[in-house]
Design a protein around this ligand. Structure first.
Ligand code: MN
Length: 157
């Protein structure tokens, strides 16, 4: 190996990086184009609005979106094949892992749901709640929906 080899190597690396960066561009999806849709009634109780922000991709295999629950509204029981992170951005909510107590979640709280763990999340009875949901995907699938959370389960705390 000669003394010039490291410099040649660096040059080649910079060229490769330059070629890569021409393919990958920073992209902004304008907030003006974000559209809320109602949560499917078979998967939620009460009024829920979902605003998709980004889909899962080859670089980051997780989707992101805001979910806003009216007071008393909540998801059905469900699992995520690759897990989920929830960041509460407004209001007060509730969440529960099956077999565990219902817990209160507030603005700034981060909820980590491991893969395959059955749970639900929603608003408190007397407050709306919005969370950012980052949900991992396996083969394009990010949730397995189950039965609804009953009023009795929701009120048990
Ligand atoms: Mn979830």
């Amino acid at each position: 190996m000669t003394g010039k080899t490291p410099y040649l190597s660096l040059l080649l690396t910079l060229c490769a990086f330059s070629a890569w960066s021409q393919d990958a561009q920073v992209k902004i999806t304008s907030a003006d184009n974000q559209r809320a849709v109602y949560g499917a009634p078979e998967n939620f109780t009460g009024q829920v609005q979902v605003t998709p922000l980004f889909p899962a991709g080859p670089d980051i295999n997780a989707s992101g979106g805001y979910v806003t629950f009216a007071p008393g509204a909540r998801s059905a029981w469900h699992t995520h094949p690759a897990g989920q992170r929830l960041i509460v951005t407004a209001g007060v909510g509730l969440t529960q892992e099956e077999g565990q107590p219902v817990q209160v979640i507030r603005v700034g709280d981060v909820v980590s749901c491991p893969p395959g763990v059955k749970h639900w999340h929603g608003a408190a009875p007397d407050s709306a709640m919005t969370h950012l949901a980052i949900t991992g995907a396996v083969d394009g699938k990010n949730v397995q929906w189950m039965e609804k959370v009953t009023d009795e389960q929701y009120a048990a705390r």
